[in-house]
Design a protein around this ligand. Structure first.
Ligand SMILES: Cc1cc2nc3c(=O)[nH]c(=O)nc-3n(C[C@H](O)[C@H](O)[C@H](O)COP(=O)(O)O)c2cc1C
Length: 489
């Protein structure tokens, strides 16, 4: 497996070639990002409430040797567009939607290797309960759980959790930092690996001297512990993140082991990937301890005509209104501005009104007009990695991008379920394998080992979670006397 890259990142050179990784970009809902496609007769998205929708998908992805299924999530409705959620509801834009964590055990039950990267927000629910849920999932999946850390951008989400408006952008990342610190204490520091002794003769299930309170008292959270879950295979799940602002990227460079990179074109992806790796090094981490993924639009057919016919069909069904409702979810209603308004004026007006326009600024370059931005939002082929063609043509494009950007892999965007993944597994995977770019079988047990190699089920010493290993840096009390004392008593 040999994708080599030429980019230097001003740090230690890449140690070994690695296979290209693929995740399926998913969400527990009808319309994630391909708005309008739910009406296609071959699309089964409306079956997302059924367990066998998820188990069939998991089997298919494992057959295609995917790294993971990546489950996006939001905790509010997109009600910024035209002043309400009507468009989002009509077009099924991420509503109705279900909890992403709850489908994971079912998918894990029918697979042995596939990873699960699910989204959970650090802004609205305190950390203790999520620490427990994540550890439970890591146990039930035997170490295949990853967490996509988000800070949530929907104003409606804030109103669902008792706040009048969104928490300010950089404050959300400050909260996230403390949130992760609490989780690391619980996951890494609260229990020793050998705490569970299951000693029937002495009637001791867990040795209390090997379990400790974490006694976290911070600016925002107070959590005593101990963690309620015994150590899971990975302890800390694989941390994914997708921030693109300076605060978001700095957060990723500290914590993330997988980053979903955004960008406008190949050059911007290359620069962002290099920046993330540089910042990781500045944090004392190996630049390749952060895997980087871009979104991929892949429409493949046995012939070019076949692929183009599919692309035309998708373009025809794609719904501008759905994309506008999605883009307006950040709170900026572009439809409210005349089309010739400069985006720089829109962003200034939104900032003056105190609305968080970070997300909009990213979506629409500030150098054009509202009309330009609307056209960009509704363009069917939006997303810089866009490959339509035969397996050979698609894999040529993948190979070129990986070599030029230093990306580690892609999140495959779906147009049809299961059609997009079926096409990829049936047509693209064999061509990737033929060129030696892709695994031919799974070799590792846990998700972290899949990304970083056998023997790496736990975070490396350079990751901030590692500082709490064995109860170090906690200053916390053990919950009780030693096993020996108990046995003697
Ligand atoms: C590929 C990708 C997937 C994302 N998935 C989610 C998601 O599921 N839920 C969510 O609230 N935000 C999601 N985001 C938004 C990011 O978490 C982040 O807020 C956004 O990229 C803006 O960056 P910033 O937070 O640094 O401003 C995603 C972003 C990208 C690029």
């Amino acid at each position: 497996m040999s994708v080599t890259t030429t980019e230097a990142v001003g740090a230690s050179p890449r140690r070994e070639p690695r296979p290209i990784g693929f995740n399926l970009f998913e969400m527990n809902c009808v319309g994630h990002i391909s708005h309008g496609l739910w009406v296609h007769p071959d699309n089964t998205r409306h079956r997302f409430n059924d367990l066998d929708f998820w188990t069939s998908e998991a089997r298919l992805l494992e057959e295609g040797l995917f790294d993971a299924v990546f489950l996006a999530d939001v905790i509010g409705a997109y009600d910024g567009y035209r002043g309400g959620p009507e468009t989002a509801l009509r077009e099924a834009v991420q509503i109705p939607s279900n909890d992403p964590l709850l489908v994971i055990p079912a998918m894990a039950a029918v697979t042995q290797h596939l990873g699960f990267a699910a989204t959970f927000s650090t802004t609205y629910e305190p950390p203790f309960a999520f620490a427990r849920r994540a550890s439970t999932l890591d146990h039930l999946t035997k170490g295949r759980f990853g967490w996509n850390v988000v800070t949530s951008y929907l104003p409606n989400a804030a109103r669902n959790f008792g706040l009048a408006g969104e928490v300010e952008h950089d404050t959300r990342y400050a909260i996230a930092d403390e949130y992760l610190d609490v989780l690391y204490k619980l996951w890494e520091g609260s229990w020793d690996d050998d705490a569970v002794v299951r000693d029937r003769d002495h009637r001791v299930y867990t040795d209390p001297s090997k379990v400790r309170y974490v006694d976290h008292v911070g600016e925002r959270f107070s959590v005593a512990g101990p963690h309620l879950v015994q150590p899971s295979p990975q302890r800390t799940p694989v941390i994914f993140q997708a921030g693109s602002s300076p605060a978001g990227r700095a957060f990723a460079a500290r914590h993330a082991e997988g980053v979903f990179v955004g960008g406008y074109d190949l050059a911007s992806y290359r620069d962002t990937v290099a920046d993330i790796r540089r910042q990781a090094v500045a944090n004392g981490r190996d630049p390749y301890d952060v895997r980087t993924y871009a979104m991929a639009v892949v429409i493949v057919g046995r012939t070019r005509e076949d692929a183009e016919r599919k692309a035309d069909e998708f373009a025809l069904l794609s719904r501008a209104e759905g994309h506008l409702a999605h883009a307006g979810g950040g709170g900026v209603d572009l439809a409210a501005y005349p089309p010739d308004t400069l985006m720089s004026d829109v962003l200034a007006a939104e900032a003056a009104a105190g609305r968080d326009q970070t997300r909009q600024a990213r979506f629409h370059r500030a150098d054009g007009t509202v009309g330009d931005a609307l056209r960009e939002v509704t363009r069917f082929d939006r997303g810089p990695f866009f490959a339509v063609g035969t397996p050979t043509q698609v894999v040529d494009a993948i190979e070129e991008w990986v070599a030029a950007t230093d990306l580690d892999g892609f999140n495959l965007r779906q147009f049809l379920t299961p059609g997009t993944a079926e096409d990829f597994v049936g047509l693209v995977v064999p061509e990737l394998q033929r060129r030696g770019l892709y695994r031919t079988r799974y070799e590792e047990a846990t998700l972290r080992e899949r990304l970083f190699g056998a023997g790496r089920a736990r975070v490396p010493d350079t990751h901030p979670a590692a500082r709490y290993r064995g109860g170090a840096n906690l200053g916390a009390r053990s919950v009780a006397s030693t096993l020996e004392e108990l046995v003697e008593a």
